[in-house]
Design a protein around this ligand. Structure first.
Ligand code: BV8
Length: 236
């Protein structure tokens, strides 16, 4: 049994929320098979038709609010509670299932469905269930409300903090991500270069599986609790 100490960075993707009923992007019936990514997840798409983009995120916000954390989210929250050292979850997901499972150190590099952002002044506030572009910004009143989401071509949030954590990590674990979206897809390389052990837990090998030292294939609700059970109860 390994002692839950050291510097752990976990990267999660849509696959960890799949068994909570939230769609992934690139699986058979994934979101990008039903929506044109360039129309709903780019600044150009928002400029062209803000109502279409808000409709896409309003639907996903409703799905996320109706979903519940699954055994994988809960296992990570339990491990964090008994972890001694640095424990960081970097998620590409915009749902709040990690937080609702009890995780504390969660960094949403692609933004959050529950966030609203003013495209005029940059003010942020809690999203309402249904958002529209002409919702007035509480700070500057401009009718330029967008979801607080990082679209393709935009810079992900808190990259310096992420790269710093990867450079210091002893262990990097990627869960449920296809390894097709950068810069997240390069995190295993970044961590391995700095000496971290890299483990991938996924339903199938990702596009960057060769960047990892070990790969376990299966559903997150089985793989993650099994992996968490390998750690002793306390640092002692
Ligand atoms: C940027 C919005 C500049 C939120 C998203 C090279 C270097 C740098 C950039 C690029 C580059 N090449 C191209 C780019 C540009 C682009 C990019 O990567 N394009 C791709 C398509 C080639 N990247 C960007 O534009 C990013 N910004 O680069 O800024 C920069 C440059 C350098 C350094 C820093 C900055 C911005 C990217 C963010 C875009 N926003 N979404 C939303 O709508 O949700 S991306 C979108 O994809 C989501 O955020 C999603 O999280 C993310 C990744 O997808 P996954 O989470 O991996 O989901 P996917 O469906 O793909 O895979 C699911 C996986 O789960 C599969 O492996 C499946 O097998 C597995 N699975 C399924 N079920 C289960 C399971 N596993 C376990 N259990 C299960 N039950």
């Amino acid at each position: 049994m390994k002692s839950p100490v050291g510097r752990l960075v976990i990267l999660t993707g849509a696959g960890i929320s799949a068994e909570s009923g939230l769609g992934t992007f690139r699986d058979r019936d994934g979101l990008w098979t039903r929506h044109d990514l360039s129309k709903v997840a780019t600044p150009e798409g928002f400029a062209e038709d803000p109502a279409r983009v808000h409709a896409f995120y309003n639907a996903r916000r409703a799905n996320a609010r109706a979903a519940a954390p699954n055994a994988a989210h809960l296992a990570l929250a339990a491990l964090e509670r008994r972890w001694s050292g640095d424990f960081l979850i970097v998620t590409q997901n915009v749902d709040d299932l990690h937080e609702r499972a009890g995780s504390r150190n969660v960094l949403h590099m692609h933004g959050v469905l529950e966030g609203a952002l003013c495209a005029g002044c940059g003010h942020r506030w809690p999203a309402s269930a249904v958002m529209a572009a002409d919702d007035p910004c509480p700070a500057c009143a401009a009718p330029r409300t967008r979801p607080d989401i990082v679209w393709f071509g935009e810079y992900p949030y808190q990259m310096e903090r992420i790269w710093q954590a990867l450079r210091a990590a002893d262990l990097f674990v990627a869960i449920g991500t296809s390894g097709t979206v950068y810069p997240a897809a390069a995190f295993a390389q970044d961590a391995a270069r700095a000496g971290a052990e890299c483990l991938e837990l996924n339903a199938e090998a990702s596009a960057v599986a060769s960047d990892f030292h070990a790969l376990r294939i299966g559903p997150a609700t089985r793989l993650v609790p099994e992996w968490v059970a390998e750690w002793r109860d306390g640092p002692g």
